[in-house]
Design a protein around this ligand. Structure first.
Ligand SMILES: *[C@@H]1O[C@H](CO)[C@@H](O)[C@H](O)[C@H]1NC(C)=O
Ligand SMILES: *[C@@H]1O[C@H](CO)[C@@H](O)[C@H](O)[C@H]1NC(C)=O
Ligand SMILES: *[C@@H]1O[C@H](CO)[C@@H](O)[C@H](O)[C@H]1NC(C)=O
Length: 306
């Protein structure tokens, strides 16, 4: 990632965002953040328990995963269950009501799909905790969240390495904001107990890379489809793909093709599990400018330098 080059974008972006009055959306509290984290942990916890119930050790072996891998997956599952009980306890101790498990549809029908989805979920978990950390007020919660974040990132590396992806594809992880994470989690959530408090988060229209765009490498032209009709801002016949990075987004122009396809070119400096949102302008990524996404884009050949 080009730190110096992107630093200027961060400053420009922060400036323009702060100049704008905040949209009427209630401020997020520490209890909200813990419940947001718990929402994700419930999803991961159920995902591993269900997958380990769906597939036997023999089925993992038939798919090329040895006994050590299977044992480690059970360990990952145990970690997620423990994160759920830890966050539930912390919320209860703080006098807040912890959210309960929802019902989910993971659409997993093979061991390979299970491991691939696990890897994506762990990557999103890392990005969720990373950004949420900046909004946590209580320092003890911050350390607690950090202690979960580091474990999720080890899960992510282990899973990535299991299918020969770089375990640490770039020098910086990517923070994703609450709405971006919720957009990625929402398609898995079928329904939640009505007693779960509503969190101040929303989902943007979904965005997906087309199957024919893989494998994705720097400089390649790739295509997306959105779960909503995307209109450019007034006076333009294009939109932007904003590539999320800790130092601020990198924008690439994105063009409309037939059949609702949006096309852009992969910028330099992105490796591993990357995130793209479609925006109308190239000055900021915010609730006001995001039209769809994020899409998850695995940028390959990630072990080399930019
Ligand atoms: C478990 O199997 C069911 C039925 O095939 C499937 O719908 C679900 O997505 C699977 N979940 C996992 C995590 O493997
Ligand atoms: C935004 O677009 C304008 C007009 O094409 C261009 O001059 C500017 O460099 C772009 N800024 C970024 C951050 O991409
Ligand atoms: C990765 O790099 C190697 C060596 O430059 C090249 O042969 C290979 O095709 C690349 N893989 C992809 C997916 O672009």
């Amino acid at each position: 990632m080009r730190l110096a080059a992107t630093a200027a974008v961060v400053l420009a972006t922060t400036g323009s965002t702060m100049a704008r009055p905040t949209v009427a959306k209630r401020a997020i509290t520490d209890a909200d953040i813990l419940n947001y984290a718990l929402t994700l942990e419930h999803l991961e916890d159920k995902f591993y328990r269900e997958g380990l119930a769906n597939f036997t050790q023999q089925q993992f072996a038939d798919a090329g995963y040895d006994a050590t891998f299977y044992k480690n997956l059970k360990e990952v599952s145990y970690d997620e269950t423990t994160h759920v009980s830890f966050l539930t306890g912390a919320l209860t101790a703080a006098g807040a009501k912890p959210v309960a498990e929802c019902t989910y549809a993971f659409g997993v029908t093979s061991v390979a799909a299970f491991v691939a989805t696990a890897s994506i979920l762990e990557g999103v978990g890392v990005s969720a905790y990373l950004r949420a950390a900046a909004s946590i007020v209580n320092k003890e919660y911050l350390t607690a969240a950090g202690s979960i974040l580091t474990v999720e990132s080890r899960h992510s590396s282990y899973l990535r390495a299991s299918f020969k992806e770089s375990p640490f594809p770039q020098p910086f992880d990517t923070p994703l904001d609450f709405d971006e994470v919720y957009t990625l989690a929402a398609p898995f959530i079928v329904s939640c107990p009505s007693t779960n408090a509503a969190l101040p988060v929303k989902a943007f229209p979904g965005l997906a890379l087309t199957a024919s765009s893989a494998p994705v490498t720097s400089g390649k032209t790739i295509q997306f489809t959105a779960k909503a009709t995307i209109e450019p801002d007034a006076g333009k016949d294009y939109v932007y793909a904003a590539w999320v990075a800790v130092t601020g987004p990198i924008f690439t122009k994105a063009y409309f093709k037939t059949g609702g396809i949006i096309e852009t070119t992969v910028p330099a400096g992105f490796h591993g599990q990357s995130y793209v949102v479609i925006t109308g302008c190239n000055s900021s990524v915010s609730d006001d400018t995001v039209k769809a996404g994020p899409a998850i884009v695995e940028v390959t050949n990630s072990s080399g330098s930019p």
